[in-house]
Design a protein around this ligand. Structure first.
Ligand SMILES: [Zn+2]
Length: 575
């Protein structure tokens, strides 16, 4: 255990974080070999998670560059393209939705203009509900839950809120992955409103108007064509004080919670421009004339969260701070609160940069490189592909292997939903899916249960007990078997990981899955998730285990037996 961690475990005294010398910032690539090795993984990950990939966000140039890298690799390996039109890419319909500044609405014939009086967010899901004919109602201060208005008062209304006064401090940087888990408004009575409009000060309104043109990678909408999944959402407007008075028909100061205002005419307009979003799909054809028509799917996600909206930060101090914060609160599950002692200990974290400043100057960093999330899974799948492709045809497994690098996982499992809704191989021919998301850390320094033999498994027996048993058998045959951690697979586990990564999009169609991960750490969804903090030996051993598992399933003389009830493919996932 390093010095900083020892200090961190003594939660009650001010904790001084000291820098550690990690691997180099840059790495000179060397030609890769067929075997699954730490060296190859390092070569690949330093390329795939380099700053030049700009955090690989869906819809951005970084995503295009990252997927081009994977496609070039599988092409060079001679794998069969299994994307659209004979290529390796399967395009996923994603548009960037931005507010159309020519939008106008009116009240009693008095016009309000887009950008000048109001702006609107592009919305997350599908279309926006219409506000045409909606009556205005004053909702009070945003977030104020006292004397809440009823669903009947709010139904079909345009609810005007005064902005809440700025709060001190945020929750510790845990973002959500995708998934079909819950997302919603704080006040359930808001479920049927036509829209909301938040009043901001004139200066803030100017900023909102300027920022209404979305940044690259934001304001994205997945056109899944599945209205069931993405019902129209309430419009979310930002309005000036003047517009609020026109909509309410009175000065805001005179309005009480529930005060009714004017009827709005007109609708919000949005511009939808297609943006790049693509899965990479490649096949290794099986050796058995019959079984080669069945597939073992091996997957990861190729996207991450891009650039830090808040601008650059000092990389080294954030990394040390994150490590210490995670050592104190990291295992506080989603939706649960850290204890006052833990919060006190976090407040007491002091980062000492003396030693590292001797080594290098401040590095300002705004790129979320996603080396572990999910650069680690993506390059490990590439290593499996390389080893499989190196086999003489006759020595290849009986069934075929389909490799899928999914886009849009961070946005809500978009790429895997699209692939499983529109598979480029017959869906019923996929006998199992092996998914890897964040397989590059998991050391003792990353999480209390970590270690060189640590691996967490989720979902391996949720549809097929046989598949889960088989994984254990294959693990036992490894030179250094993994200590398999099933804690995150418990029913009702607050992290809900079974629903939060791409494997679930296969499982919902009755395809048994195994999800492997080395778990969370302090750099999760931070600009500090970089290649120099990855455990390459550990990752290579996970790669060998997943390779052996894929071979085992691909050579079975029967499909893994499904012995559990099947989920509704369009239903809501709850672990
Ligand atoms: Zn991920």
């Amino acid at each position: 255990m390093s010095l900083s961690r020892l200090i961190a475990s003594i939660a009650l005294v001010p904790a001084i974080g000291v820098a550690q010398v990690a691997l180099p910032l840059k790495h000179k690539p060397v030609p890769t070999k067929p075997a699954i090795t730490a060296t190859d993984l390092m070569t690949r990950l330093y390329i795939f998670a380099d700053d030049s990939m700009q955090g690989r966000q869906t819809g951005t140039a970084g995503h295009v560059k990252a997927t081009a890298y994977i496609a070039a690799q599988v092409k060079a390996l001679g794998l069969k393209p299994a994307g659209d039109n004979g290529g390796y890419f399967q395009n996923v319909p994603v548009v960037q939705r931005s507010f159309d500044p020519t939008s106008t609405i009116s009240v009693d014939g008095a016009a309000l203009y887009g950008i000048k009086d109001f702006v609107a967010g592009g919305g997350r899901g599908g279309a926006s509900r219409s506000i045409d004919g909606a009556q205005v109602i004053y909702g009070g201060v945003a977030g104020d839950t006292l004397n809440p208005l009823t669903v009947d008062q709010l139904r079909g209304k345009l609810v005007i809120f005064s902005a809440a006064p700025p709060q001190a401090g945020g929750r510790d940087g845990r973002a959500g992955g995708g998934g079909r888990g819950g997302r919603g408004n704080a006040n359930p009575a808001m479920s049927d409103v036509a829209g909301t409009a938040t009043i901001t000060s004139d200066s803030l309104f100017l900023i909102a108007a300027r920022n209404s043109a979305p940044r690259s990678g934001t304001g994205l909408v997945f056109q899944s064509g599945d209205a069931a999944v993405t019902p129209p959402a309430a419009g979310a407007l930002t309005i000036s004080m003047k517009a609020a008075e026109v909509l309410l028909g009175m000065p805001v100061a005179q309005a009480q919670k529930g005060t009714l205002g004017k009827i709005v005419r007109g609708s919000l307009k949005f511009i939808e421009s297609p943006v790049p979003a693509r899965n990479v799909v490649a096949i290794l054809e099986g050796s058995d004339p019959k079984l080669r028509n069945e597939f073992v799917a091996v997957g990861a996600h190729n996207d991450h969260i891009g650039m830090r909206a808040g601008g650059p930060v000092d990389h080294d101090s954030l990394h040390i701070y994150n490590e210490m914060r995670f050592a104190i609160t990291g295992m506080v599950a989603r939706g649960q609160q850290a204890t006052p002692e833990q919060l006190e200990a976090v407040r007491n974290i002091r980062v000492n940069l003396d030693s590292i400043r001797k080594l290098r100057p401040v590095r300002l960093d705004s790129i979320s490189n996603g080396a572990d999330d999910d650069g680690s899974g993506s390059v490990t799948v590439l290593e499996l592909a390389e080893k499989f492709a190196s086999l003489p045809k006759a020595k290849r497994p009986k069934r075929s292997i389909v490799f899928v690098w999914h886009v849009g996982e961070e946005n809500g499992l978009w790429g895997s939903q699209w692939f499983t809704d529109h598979p480029t191989v017959p869906r019923e021919s996929i006998v199992a899916q092996l998914n890897m998301d964040m397989v590059g850390r998991g050391e003792k320094s990353d999480l209390p249960v970590g270690g060189p033999d640590y691996l967490a498994l989720v979902g391996s027996r949720r549809l097929s007990t046989e598949l889960g048993d088989l994984f254990e058998t294959v693990n036992k045959l490894q030179k250094m078997p993994f200590r398999l951690d099933y804690q995150f697979d418990a029913n009702g586990h607050p992290e809900n990981i079974y629903c939060r990564s791409d494997h679930y999009e296969y499982a919902r169609y009755g395809i048994p899955i195994v999800f492997a991960t080395t778990g969370l750490h302090g750099d999760y969804h931070q600009v500090t998730d970089e290649p120099q903090y990855i455990s390459y030996d550990h990752m290579a051993r996970i790669g060998k285990l997943m390779y052996d598992m894929a071979v085992r399933v691909a050579n079975l003389n029967h499909r893994p037996m499904i012995d559990k009830s099947l989920p509704d493919p369009k239903g809501r996932c709850q672990q």
